[in-house]
Write a protein that binds this ligand. Structure first.
Ligand code: SME
Length: 156
């Protein structure tokens, strides 16, 4: 298994995701353990894009519980409909937040987080986890991130 990702720095964001996806597929396809694959996907996204916080929350007993992540210590439990993560879970859709201060009920695990994207993971039509990425800058995420991150979480 390669420990390095080969992503040229002069590529556009979409091209970087495009180059990363097959490398993530190669990294995860022979490993059946979902938690291990979540951990490596979080590490890869953090390394390639240098995001502030990258991680998963997993649905357990009607709550989201913190799963594998890279970045500072985070809140461990989020209720349905609470914050960006709980809203993405409840509405079963990707949520892009250009400015977290403008999102009603945003849960500030870190005061340095300025923008955020949360992508739900589906099995049998139900959300079983969410993938959450935080940035220290405003307006980091857009439709390009949404599209590619939705593709990336299908690896799980
Ligand atoms: N900001 C998230 C909480 C999780 S942390 O960002 C890691 C939210 O509002 O759901």
């Amino acid at each position: 298994m390669s420990e390095q990702f080969f992503i040229a720095k002069d590529l556009s964001k979409a091209e970087q995701y495009e180059a990363l996806l097959p490398q993530l597929r190669a990294l995860t396809e022979r490993e059946p353990d979902t938690i291990a694959n979540m951990a490596n996907i979080a590490a890869a996204l953090k390394e390639v894009f240098n995001f502030w916080w990258v991680g998963f929350y997993i649905v357990k007993d009607e709550e989201l519980v913190l799963g594998p992540f890279q970045g500072p210590v985070a809140c461990t439990r989020i209720a349905l409909g609470r914050g960006v993560c709980g809203t993405a879970w409840k509405e079963a859709k990707t949520i892009v937040v250009p400015d977290v201060a403008q999102f009603p009920g945003h849960i500030a695990c870190s005061s340095l987080s300025k923008s955020e994207i949360v992508v739900p993971l589906f099995f049998g039509g139900h959300v079983w986890a969410v993938f959450d990425i935080d940035s220290e800058q405003l307006n980091t995420f857009d439709e390009t991130d949404a599209r590619w991150l939705e593709e990336i979480v299908r690896l799980l």
